[in-house]
Ligand binder design. Structure first.
Ligand code: NZQ
Ligand code: ZN
Length: 385
């Protein structure tokens, strides 16, 4: 196992009716900015619950954070933060809203010229407003990590800082009942790929991390399709298991002390930045091709994945790996996600643009061995056609 340090201080309130906990988590003398997206929280009752919980607080609101939040939208929040002396952010929504709140929190106290430098020039975040969250879409893990992804002019870039990790997050599975099938499928696959990118590398004998990861993958494989099936989609236990899996997949626990491979995400971000494809739908297209192209480097873990996650015990090594990749693709299809570029009407003519963007963003040494060069990314994208 590799050396690591691990601390996750986000206080989680899990379960039905927990939104009211925000009234005691946010100090009464705070000036709160409730930030949200396009309005789903107004139609599913979450906004009203947050409003009730904030009855004794002084609070304002900022809405319109779009999926794949943009710099331009997020910077608009700075005005109300200054005029009302906001000192606490409450993000209510999916990963985009929580990520957006993180950038708003860092930009509000940024001392350099342009907060975009946090993403474009890796400028360190030294101060940020405190954040609380009510999560409405299980997928990203943003509710209990310090990561955020922001887009500007087609450039979708990540930043990370412990200072923007939410101090608390409410996870009420019942608020996920209003999600569309598309967002449910996206969320399950995003969490699945987060787990894979911290698991499917090379072995360092991290038995705890491996078995936690295998448990999360199996839970998502079992419960994901139930959230799409008419007979079980309203089952709150199904929703609870998916919600907790997604948080655990990217709260730092399973990735501590093991190698990580974020190539699928980095290539996927270019697909979203260039063509606007939903985040998870880029991952379901890129991951199978990464598994195929990096098959030799990942051989040992692919075999472990085949045996322990998919229970494939027959055939020679290569046949078992083929079967595991095939079952992964079938799972993505069952969750109603595309698995090829052609499924989203892209093809060989679109690859140059993606390759140029990867180069421009200096994403030229990806993967657990830093050996996914620009040429390897081209091979991956070509195989994904
Ligand atoms: O904007 P509203 O009206 O709220 O609608 C949203 C949005 O249209 C809707 N929605 C959310 N909760 C709902 C709901 N609709 C009905 N009922 C509910 N309960 O769903 C749509 C998509 O929301 P979004 O927040 O964009 O989805 P997701 O949670 O998948 O977040 C995706 C973003 O997170 C980033 C992605 O790159 C992308 O920008 N990621 C963040 C990560 C992190 N912070 O660690 C890691 C991930 O890998 C990912 O990169
Ligand atoms: Zn993701």
């Amino acid at each position: 196992m590799l050396n690591f340090n691990f601390q996750n201080p986000t206080h989680i309130y899990f379960g039905e009716g927990q939104i009211k906990a925000i009234s005691r988590e946010i100090p009464l003398n705070a000036k709160v900015l409730l930030v949200y997206g396009g309005g789903s929280i107004k139609s599913n009752g979450v906004y009203q619950q947050a409003k009730d919980a904030l009855a004794k607080h002084t609070w304002f609101e900022f809405s319109g954070i779009e999926p794949n939040p943009t710099y331009d939208t997020l910077m608009k929040a700075q005005e109300i933060i200054k005029t009302e002396n906001i000192d606490y952010l409450l993000a209510v929504g999916g990963g985009s809203v929580v990520d957006g709140a993180k950038f708003i929190a860092a930009a509000a106290l940024f001392e350099g010229d342009d907060p975009w430098d946090i993403l474009a020039k890796n400028q360190k975040v030294t101060k940020a407003l405190p954040i609380g969250a009510v999560l409405t879409l299980p997928a990203t893990g943003s509710e209990s990590n310090g990561n955020s992804v922001v887009t500007r002019n087609g450039n979708k870039l990540p930043f990370a800082s412990p200072l923007v990790r939410p101090l608390f997050s409410v996870l009420d599975p019942s608020v996920t009942l209003s999600l569309s099938d598309r967002q449910i499928g996206n969320g399950v696959v995003d969490a699945f790929v987060h787990t894979i990118e911290q698991y499917l590398t090379y072995s360092v004998n991290g038995k705890v991390q491996d078995r936690f990861s295998e448990g999360l993958l199996q839970t998502l494989i079992e419960e994901g399709p139930k959230a799409l099936s008419p007979a079980t989609k309203e089952d709150l236990e199904v929703r609870a298991n998916i919600m907790w899996s997604a948080t655990m997949a990217l709260n730092g626990l399973i990735g501590a002390g093991v190698p990580q491979d974020w190539a699928t995400h980095m290539i996927g971000h270019e697909l979203t930045g260039a063509f606007g494809i939903d985040h998870a739908r880029t991952l379901s297209i890129v991951l199978p091709a990464v598994m195929k192209v990096k098959r030799e480097q990942k051989r040992e873990k692919l075999l472990q994945y085949a045996t322990r996650v998919w229970h494939i015990n027959e055939g020679d090594d290569d046949a078992r790996i083929d079967q595991a990749i095939r079952l992964t693709e079938e799972f993505f299809k069952k969750m109603q996600l595309p698995i090829r570029l052609s499924d989203v009407d892209l093809g060989s003519n679109d690859i140059d643009l993606l390759i140029n963007r990867l180069d421009q963003h200096r994403l030229t040494a990806l993967g657990e061995h830093s050996d996914i060069t620009i040429e390897t990314s081209r091979e991956i994208l070509t195989l994904a056609i």
